[in-house]
Design a protein around this ligand. Structure first.
Ligand code: FAD
Length: 464
């Protein structure tokens, strides 16, 4: 047995300690069940990827708290269809969207505070509610609430295996480096994706994955997901699909968080290490396109890209935490960034020659497009002519993977013979049920909050 006393027979065991787990634990405890959280991370790093977040996407029929105007189900769903290309489960997607509205006050009731939308990042004041103090403050508020309600929380506690005989009978975990066995009456798995397991990523993506950076927690290694899929639990999603964005190439391997993201792409040209452009940098507004750039960069040689801007674009985006490489000439910039100078100068001058006159509107699609260039830049195309010139190295930063567990509209996990009666899932571990591909800013926290609450309520109902 572990040195710390752990209740080996709680009503409900919650696996994980991020947003989805905490929403599930609080909901189940409020419904009267005894709840144990096993969080793999040590206490200072608790909260998984959720501690890196800033906002959640929320439907609302009129102004709601800090959210302005209206964002209705139809518009929210249309936005989702655009980014997923229709690869979603419509019933589960609409359920998430509808229930997101009631999450706003539920979150406040459980300690979360909101702030006005940040400007200069993704222009989201109507659609996304920002957490005061970010995801870290949200996670801390939920831990405080959970503890005050009597939820038992154990850190440095890794769940390794769930044992079934039609339903979950026993759970094996490692706490304080000792193996323990638990017999909860119900289990909610909320242990995230598998992106921190680089070998697993490489088995899906090939060796290129070894050059990927992981934006969030190193503790989401997917062992519970692998264990369940290995036992015939139904899966959804494709192991090669994930949320990946282009981040500053100087970011650490894990946990660099939001400050390593680069929002300069729409105002730049992006080239590969041969100094050639490869995609339309101005395809759509950044909130709807930022999530494709990780994959685009991942497909380039050595999984690297370089965003180049000039002085007139410097103040138009939120910079990363690292200063850009700076030079007075394009050739000088190429030298500092290790790019072939002649080719970069040619790429820039061809781009400049293809730019057209017209009004530039940085916050909306302005149609300021190149002419006769392949690939085109279809918005915000302004010549790169004003020194100093700035460059950022871009690398793919994986946020979370989409391969997950199949759930129904009560968050219950589907086994080979239908729902497993005492097993629920919430958050990234089931998000692939809704996100077949692509991503909409703030939707990860919406899924986790909605399905965490559903899972907590469902499990509490079951053990009652
Ligand atoms: C930098 C960054 C910024 C983001 N910004 C936003 C944003 O603003 N809005 C948004 O909606 N989404 C955002 N996301 C995505 C968002 O973080 C996720 O969608 C969301 O946090 C998922 O919540 P979760 O509870 O499923 O997973 P997590 O919060 O990652 O929690 C998983 C938990 O499981 C634990 N765990 C893993 N394996 C085990 C195990 N074997 N045993 C026990 N515990 C285990 C982990 O330690 C962790 O506590 C961002 C992600 C990153 C990385």
């Amino acid at each position: 047995m572990a040195d710390r006393a752990v209740n080996a027979a709680p009503d409900i065991l919650v696996v994980g300690g991020g947003n989805a787990a905490l929403c599930a634990a609080i909901s189940a405890r409020r419904a009267g069940a005894s709840v144990l959280i096993l969080e793999r991370a040590p206490k200072p790093y608790r909260g998984g990827n959720s501690r890196h977040t800033r906002n959640f996407r929320c439907m609302h029929a009129g102004p709601l708290g800090q959210l302005t105007d209206i964002y209705d189900e139809g518009e929210f769903f249309d936005d989702l269809i655009k980014v997923t290309g229709g690869k979603t489960d419509e019933a589960l997607a609409r359920l998430t969207i509808r229930r997101s509205e009631s999450c706003y006050s539920w979150m406040q009731d459980n300690g979360v505070r909101f702030q006005p939308s940040l400007s200069g990042t993704l222009s989201l004041s109507r659609t996304n509610a920002f957490f005061l103090g970010g995801g870290k403050a949200l996670v801390n508020a939920y831990y405080r609430t959970a503890a005050a309600l009597g939820v038992e929380i154990v850190y440095d506690a890794r769940v390794d295996h769930l044992e079934f005989d039609g339903r979950v009978r026993r759970v094996m975990a490692t706490v304080d480096e000792q193996q323990i066995t638990l017999c909860p009456r119900a289990v909610i798995v909320a242990s995230g994706g598998f992106q921190a397991d680089i070998d697993w990523l490489a088995s899906a993506w090939g060796e290129a994955a070894r050059n990927f950076l992981i934006r969030g927690t190193p503790y989401n290694r997917g062992e519970v997901l692998k264990d369940l899929l290995g036992q015939g639990i139904e899966s959804v999603g494709d192991p090669t699909q994930c949320h990946a964005v282009a981040i500053d190439g100087r970011a650490p391997k894990y946990d660099g968080g939001i400050v390593t993201r680069l929002d300069c792409v729409p105002f730049s040209i992006v080239v590969n290490n041969a100094a050639r452009r490869f995609y339309d940098e101005g395809e759509d507004v950044w909130p709807k396109r930022y999530a494709i750039w990780g994959r685009l960069v991942a497909a380039q040689p050595d999984q690297v890209g370089y965003a180049i801007i000039d002085a007139k674009s410097r103040e138009l985006f939120m910079p990363s935490v690292f200063p850009p490489v700076t030079a007075d000439t394009i050739e000088g910039l190429a030298g500092k960034m290790g790019l072939p100078a002649e080719t970069l100068a040619k790429t820039v001058s061809e781009f400049n020659a293809a730019c057209q006159d017209g009004p530039f509107q940085p916050t909306e699609l302005d149609g300021l497009s190149t002419k006769g260039l392949n690939p085109p830049k279809t918005n915000w195309a302004r010549p790169i002519t004003e020194p100093p010139f700035f460059g950022y190295e871009l690398r793919p930063g994986v946020t979370f993977t989409y391969l997950g567990l199949k759930v129904d509209d009560t968050a219950q996990v589907q086994g080979p013979d239908g729902p497993v009666v005492n097993l629920w899932a919430a958050g990234e571990i089931m998000a692939g049920s809704i996100l077949g591909q692509g991503y909409l800013a703030g939707f990860g926290m919406a899924i986790g909050t909605v399905f965490g609450r559903l899972a907590g309520e469902g499990a509490a109902d079951y053990v009652r």
